[in-house]
Design a protein around this ligand. Structure first.
Ligand code: ATP
Ligand code: MG
Length: 298
């Protein structure tokens, strides 16, 4: 074990996921606050155990990136589960932030800051041969200073040599790219880096629309409906004409290219005018304003 759970005091629940629960905890001695992700590995289902070791492996490989949630170690719990000690992102996830805003869309400059920082995170991951495979607003976290970081590597993967076409289905299907949807159904091959870019484009578009952008507001996300809109729809058209600047529309178009070969890479997107350095200070200020507006109201 890299730390002892008894050194920490549980403050509250931060979130729930498939595999477990995330708590806000305080180090008794230093009063420093962290997030503690407890994964229920103490089950007959060995896949959760494999998943948590994969997550830890990726968090270690990604150490040093300041756009990926920092990892401080793992420890067993008395009940036989595994706890991961993580940097606490005190603004929570972007989907929770959207909910706290009553689903009011994020303004464009704030979205530019989100997109830029998430792209920097993906660049760090992709340069280390890591694919996330579950990029969505719930897995993008923010702190009070407006820093956005990538979290939740429960289904991430380190690519070794060739791509593995037999890789089993993982991730949240709503954010899956068309080629991935297809390949999961037919056992084909796809570029997992390009698939992360699609998911990021969709996540940013969701924060712009205030709801999952490919279906009408409130619609149920069932497999058949998703298959139709992802594979046969035009995601890039989900931005109504006039509702966004041409830079923003262009950016979304580059992320949401249905054909993965035409989709821009993370490196290319970092040079897109929508996230260009000229507006960096302005967009980061817009994101901070949005965050503090929410904090004042709550
Ligand atoms: P998995 O997909 O591996 O089952 P999960 O969805 O159960 O993962 P996470 O996404 O890591 O777990 O965490 C669930 C939620 O807990 C997040 O959406 C977020 O609201 C909250 N959370 C997770 N990590 C942190 C953190 N470091 N700081 C603040 N909140 C966090
Ligand atoms: Mg998650």
């Amino acid at each position: 074990a890299e730390f002892r759970l008894s050194e920490f005091e549980k403050l509250r629940v931060l979130g729930h996921g498939n595999g477990g629960t995330v708590y806000e905890v305080r180090h008794r001695l230093t009063a420093a606050v962290y997030a503690l992700k407890v994964v229920h590995t103490n089950t007959a289902d060995a896949s959760l155990r494999r998943q948590v070791y994969r997550e830890v492996d990726i968090l270690r490989r990604a150490a040093g990136s300041d756009r990926v949630v920092r990892f401080h170690g793992m420890a067993p719990t008395p009940s036989g589960d595994v706890a991961l000690l993580l940097e606490h992102m005190d603004g929570g996830s972007l989907d929770a932030l959207l909910r706290r805003r009553g689903y009011r869309p994020f303004p464009e400059p704030a979205l530019a800051a989100v997109a830029r920082q998430a792209l920097l995170g993906l660049a760090d991951l992709h340069s280390r041969q890591i694919v996330h495979r579950d990029i969505k607003p719930a897995n993008l976290l923010i702190n009070a200073t407006g820093e956005v970081k990538i979290a939740d590597f429960g289904v991430g993967k380190v690519l070794r040599r060739s791509l593995d076409p037999c890789d089993s289905y993982v991730g949240t299907c709503a954010y899956m790219s068309p080629e991935r949807f297809d390949s999961e159904s037919y056992g084909g091959d796809y570029d997992p880096y390009a698939a992360d870019v699609w998911s990021l484009g969709l996540a940013v578009l969701e924060l712009h629309r205030g709801h999952f952008p490919l279906l009408p507001k409130g619609a149920r996300l069932d497999w058949a409906a998703l298959m139709v809109v992802i594979c046969f729809g035009e995601a890039a058209r989900a931005v109504p004409e006039g509702a966004a600047s041409s830079e923003f529309r262009g950016f979304l178009g580059c992320c949401l290219q249905k054909e993965s070969r035409k989709r821009w890479s993370v490196a290319e997107l970092l040079g897109h005018p929508f996230v260009a350095a000229d507006y960096r200070a302005e967009s980061e200020k817009a994101l901070q304003d949005l965050l503090h507006e929410e904090m004042d109201e709550s």
